[in-house]
Design a protein around this ligand. Structure first.
Ligand SMILES: NC(=O)C1=CN([C@@H]2O[C@H](COP(=O)(O)OP(=O)(O)OC[C@H]3O[C@@H](n4cnc5c(N)ncnc54)[C@H](OP(=O)(O)O)[C@@H]3O)[C@@H](O)[C@H]2O)C=CC1
Ligand SMILES: CC(=O)[C@@H](O)[C@H](O)COP(=O)(O)O
Ligand SMILES: [Mn+2]
Length: 388
């Protein structure tokens, strides 16, 4: 079992829950990173006494170092990589948000680390390159280098224990449907940030909560599943399941379907990633299906939530398309949370960015980062251009 971990993004939703699980399991946290929430990072470091601390934003470095003169205190991208590759950690938990998670994942893998991956943007943007890097690495044991934390992928991973991947017919990802399930585009014109952040079943960071409302989160998860489980997007379905009790399913060639169920609590997939191939008993409340009563299912509304359809198209085209999808979406969500564009504009501008994109081959992480930067610039030009 894992004995020591570093947590990248320890001050976020997944980061904080990882600390809870690790503490309950008696796992030592040897490294922490945050971007700008230095107050919480200091509090966490006082409690956990790690060896290495990283603050992304350099302006907080001095404050952090003054508080911990005897620890390794690092900053910036280089500092983040020092935590991602820290020698004393058995496993790195990547709980960063957005493309900021990509390079640390790659560096951790290259340094021979196992990674519990919550940061889905890593595989959305860098899946092709990471797959190549993993194929060149010698497996040390039967435990995969990348272990899923995203609840759906953890569910599938659990359903596949003891199974041969060649017997998978289909992966069925469940989606809550978000706060606007059943609504049409005309109903969404005037929704505000507060409405969008009211997720019906999960309590998560702001960016992923907005992604759940547009359903692009599920599109990203289709792409994430392609890389985790080596499947084509045509073999991955999405079904709306408003209760978020079934976290995903696998249909096998004989017609049998396996599912993983629990109350919606991210600490369970986090615990599974930390204890795999064993199971812990640190966190989950026992599931009472009589109390839950109804498990219901619906078709996704691809017309209203058209970014899900676009995500499938990007998944099929591969190469630069998922990178552009992710970068345009990250910018759009940022603009929306800053009050600069409306909710429907997120979907509209991401769609426009994809429409005008001419695919490019992707051969390296450098290519990924260049396409990401170009797309963000193009996005800004598009939005600012339409405003003036
Ligand atoms: N939250 C959830 O329940 C789930 C999340 N996920 C995925 O897990 C990942 C994390 O999500 P979540 O915990 O909600 O996100 P949060 O926004 O809550 O946390 C993000 C963390 O990353 C840090 N961070 C943000 N930007 C940067 C940057 N540019 N460089 C370095 N560090 C940075 C933040 O630091 P600071 O606090 O200092 O800003 C914070 O610690 C995402 O990819 C998400 O899609 C998947 C399934 C469920
Ligand atoms: C908890 C988790 O894994 C999220 O990715 C979740 O799936 C979001 O909810 P939606 O199903 O609404 O996208
Ligand atoms: Mn998920």
């Amino acid at each position: 079992m894992t004995k020591s971990i570093c947590i990248l993004g320890s001050t976020g939703s997944i980061g904080v829950q990882t600390i809870d699980v690790a503490t309950k399991l008696g796992i030592k946290v040897v490294g922490l990173s945050a971007y700008k929430n230095v107050a919480l990072l200091i509090e966490q470091a006082r409690e956990l006494d790690p060896d290495i601390l990283c603050i992304g934003d350099e302006k907080y470095y001095t404050l952090l170092k003054e508080n911990f003169p005897d620890k390794i205190v690092v900053t910036g991208q280089e500092g983040l990589i020092s935590v991602a590759t820290y020698p004393a950690a058995d496993l790195i938990v990547n709980a960063l948000v957005g493309i900021s998670g990509l390079v640390p994942t790659v560096e951790a893998i290259l340094a021979g680390k196992r990674v519990a991956l919550a940061n889905k943007e890593t595989l959305v943007t860098g899946g092709k390159i990471i797959k190549r890097i993993l194929s060149q690495k010698q497996a040390k044991d039967s435990i995969p280098v990348l272990i899923p934390v995203d609840s759906e992928h953890s569910a599938i991973f659990q359903c596949l224990v003891g199974e041969d991947k060649k017997n998978i017919k289909k992966i069925i990802l469940t989606a809550s449907g978000g706060p606007f399930r059943g609504k049409k585009l005309k109903d969404l014109q005037s929704v505000n940030v507060e409405d969008v952040l009211k997720h019906p079943t999960w309590n998560m960071g702001r960016k992923i909560t907005v992604d759940s409302a547009t359903l692009i989160n599920k599109g990203f998860e289709v792409i994430e599943a392609m890389f985790f489980f080596d499947k084509k997007c045509d073999d991955i379905d999405v079904v709306i399941h408003p209760q978020s009790i079934i976290h995903s399913m696998v249909e096998f060639i004989d017609g049998s379907v396996k599912a993983q169920l629990s109350y919606p609590d991210m600490r369970l997939p986090i615990e599974y990633a930390l204890t795999f191939p064993e199971r812990g008993k640190a966190v989950a409340a026992p599931l009472d299906l009589v109390r839950v009563k109804n498990l219901t299912f619906e078709e996704p509304d691809f017309d209203t939530f058209f970014l899900l359809k676009i995500a499938y198209e990007c998944a099929k085209k591969g190469e630069s398309y998922p990178i552009v999808l992710n970068a345009a979406n990250e910018e759009a969500v940022k603009y929306f949370l800053e009050g600069k564009i409306g909710f429907v504009d997120i979907m509209k501008y991401v769609a426009k960015n994809i429409e005008s994109h001419r695919g490019q081959k992707v051969e390296s992480i450098q290519d990924v980062l260049e396409i990401d930067t170009e797309t963000r610039q193009k996005f800004k030009n598009l939005v600012e251009g339409e405003k003036s």
